[in-house]
Design a protein around this ligand. Structure first.
Ligand code: PLP
Length: 439
C-alpha cells in the first residue's frame, strides 16, 4: 500500500522510474512518449545533460541562501536573461516555486501597487470563463472552472468573468475574425461598467488558453483592444503564460505574438522544464518603482523564493531556449506536428478543430463535426482517450466534461522541443490509434 496521497484516490498511478529524451519508463520498463510534456512542462525532455550539470554544479557550490539575507548569482543572471528577452517595459522578476504561487504573487503585487498609488478602492479582478490560473485560493478564484471552485466558495476573492476568445465556437458566420475579436474584447469594457471600473485592479488572461480549452490562441487584434481598455480605465493587464510561455508557442513569451505590453507576466512550467520547481512573476518598472518609492516592501515572500538551484536550472533552460535556438526549433517542429496531425486526423468525423501554435496543439473532439455538437459529458470521451493513449505508450493531456457551462472534450499536446521527425510520426500514429480505439 502506498502512503503517498494520490491525485485520484480510486485510480492510483503507475510507478515511473526513469526518463530518457522524450520518453518516461515505468517499473516494467514500458516506454511512454511524452506527448504533453506532463502538463506542458518538459520542454527539453527528461535527460538534458546541460541542465543536469548546471544543477549539480550549483548544489555543490551553494544549495540555498535565504533571500532576506542574500541574492544569488543564478537568480541575478536568470532575471537579466529573462528581462533581456521579455516584452518591452517588463523590468523585474520575482522567483517562486510553481505556477499557482506565481499567480498569487501577481495578484498581490497588483493589489499592493494600487495601494501604493493611492487607489485602495480597487479590490477585485476580472478574468475569463474557461480559464485556469492555479489551485491556491486566489488563483482558483480567478480561474473559470466553476466545479473546481464550488467546494471552496466561501474562500474566494472577488472576481467576475467574461467570455474567452474562442473563435471555433463563438465567431459568427457573417463576422470576420477581427470583428469577432473586438466584439469579445469589448465584453471587458461592459463588465468594467457593470461592476464599476474604479473598483477593479486588473484583468488576467492566458494568451493561449491551455488546460480548459486546449491550445486556443486569440484572434488577431483581440489583445490589443484589451490593452486599450485596460489603459482607458487604469487597470493592470496580467498575462498568465504558465503553460504557453517559455518557447512553447514558438516565441519565448507567447504575448510577443500579440504585440502588447502587459504590466505583469507569469511564467512557470517550461522555465524549469521539470528539472526543478521554479516559476516567476515579471512586472513593469512602474509597479516596482511605486513600491520602491512608497512602502519599500512588497508584503509577500516564501522560504524558497529565488532558490539558487532552481534558478541555476532555469538559467540553463532559458539559455538553451534563447541562445541554443530551441524556441525557433519549437516553432518549426510545431508546424510539422500540425501538418502531420491535419494529414492523419483532419478528416476524422469526431475531430472538429486542430489548432494551436508551436509545440502547443489542441484537438477539439465533437460528436458531430457539422453542427460542432459536443459529446455528452457522461460518456467521458476525454478520459477514454487518455487511457487508450496511455495503454499505447503515449502521454497526452485530454480535458473535458463541462467547464463553466461550456461542454466539450479536447486533447492537449505539448511535447518536448527535442523530438525528431520519426518521434513526431510516432506521436501522431499513437494518437490516431487512441482515437480508433475510442471513437
Ligand atoms: N496558470 C496556468 C495557465 C496553468 O495552466 C497552471 C497549471 O496548469 C497554473 C497557472 C498553475 O500552475 P501550477 O500547477 O504550477 O501551480
Amino acid at each position: 500500500m502506498s502512503h503517498v496521497f494520490p491525485r485520484h484516490s480510486k485510480s492510483p498511478p503507475r510507478l515511473a522510474t526513469r526518463g530518457e529524451g522524450p520518453y518516461l519508463f515505468d517499473t516494467d520498463g514500458r516506454a511512454y512518449l511524452d506527448g504533453s510534456g506532463g502538463a506542458a512542462v518538459s520542454c527539453l525532455g527528461h535527460s538534458d545533460a546541460d541542465v543536469i550539470a548546471a544543477i549539480q554544479a550549483q548544489v555543490g557550490t551553494m544549495a540555498y541562501a535565504h533571500t532576506s539575507f542574500f541574492t544569488s548569482e543564478p537568480a541575478e543572471e536568470l532575471a537579466d536573461l529573462l528581462i533581456a528577452h521579455a516584452p518591452e517595459g517588463l523590468d523585474r522578476v520575482y522567483f517562486v516555486s510553481g505556477g499557482s504561487e506565481a499567480v498569487e504573487t501577481a495578484l498581490k503585487l497588483a493589489r499592493q501597487y494600487m495601494l501604493e498609488i493611492g487607489q485602495s478602492q480597487r479590490g477585485r479582478f476580472i478574468a475569463r470563463r474557461q480559464s485556469y490560473h492555479g489551485n491556491t485560493l486566489a488563483a482558483l478564484a480567478t480561474g473559470g472552472n466553476a466545479w473546481r471552485k464550488e467546494p471552496f466558495a466561501p474562500l474566494m476573492i472577488d472576481t467576475t468573468h467574461i467570455a474567452p476568445c474562442y473563435a471555433y465556437r463563438d465567431q459568427q458566420d457573417d463576422e470576420s475574425a477581427e470583428a469577432y475579436g473586438l466584439r469579445v474584447a469589448d465584453e471587458l469594457e461592459a463588465e468594467l461598467q457593470r461592476v464599476g471600473p474604479e473598483t477593479v485592479i486588473g484583468f488576467i488572461a492566458e494568451p493561449v488558453v491551455g488546460a480548459t480549452l486546449g491550445a486556443v490562441p486569440a484572434v488577431p487584434g483581440y489583445f490589443k483592444r484589451i490593452r486599450e481598455i485596460c489603459d482607458r480605465y487604469g487597470i493592470l493587464l496580467i498575462l498568465d503564460e504558465v503553460m504557453c510561455g517559455m518557447g512553447r508557442t514558438g516565441t519565448l513569451f507567447a504575448c510577443e505574438q500579440e504585440d502588447v505590453r502587459p504590466d505583469i507576466v507569469i511564467i512557470a512550467k517550461g522555465l524549469g522544464a521539470g528539472y526543478q520547481p521554479i516559476a516567476a512573476t515579471l512586472c513593469s518598472a512602474a509597479i516596482h518603482d511605486a513600491i520602491e518609492s512608497g512602502s519599500g516592501f512588497f508584503q509577500h515572500g516564501h522560504t524558497y523564493i529565488g532558490h539558487p538551484v532552481a534558478c541555476a536550472a532555469g538559467l540553463a533552460v532559458v539559455t538553451k531556449l534563447t541562445e541554443g535556438g530551441l524556441t525557433v526549433r519549437a516553432a518549426e517542429l510545431g508546424d510539422m506536428l500540425h501538418a502531420k496531425l491535419r494529414a492523419a486526423l483532419g478528416q476524422h468525423p469526431h475531430i472538429g478543430d486542430i489548432r494551436g501554435r508551436g509545440m502547443f496543439r489542441g484537438l477539439e473532439v465533437v460528436e458531430d463535426r457539422e453542427t460542432k455538437t459536443p459529446f455528452d459529458p457522461a460518456r467521458g470521451v476525454h478520459k477514454a482517450l487518455k487511457k487508450a493513449a496511455f495503454e499505447a505508450g503515449l502521454l497526452c493531456y485530454p480535458m473535458g466534461g463541462t467547464i463553466d457551462g461550456q461542454r466539450g472534450d479536447h486533447v492537449l499536446l505539448a511535447p518536448p522541443f527535442i523530438l525528431n521527425e520519426s518521434q513526431i510520426d510516432e506521436l501522431v500514429e499513437k494518437l490516431g490509434g487512441a482515437f480508433k480505439t475510442v471513437l
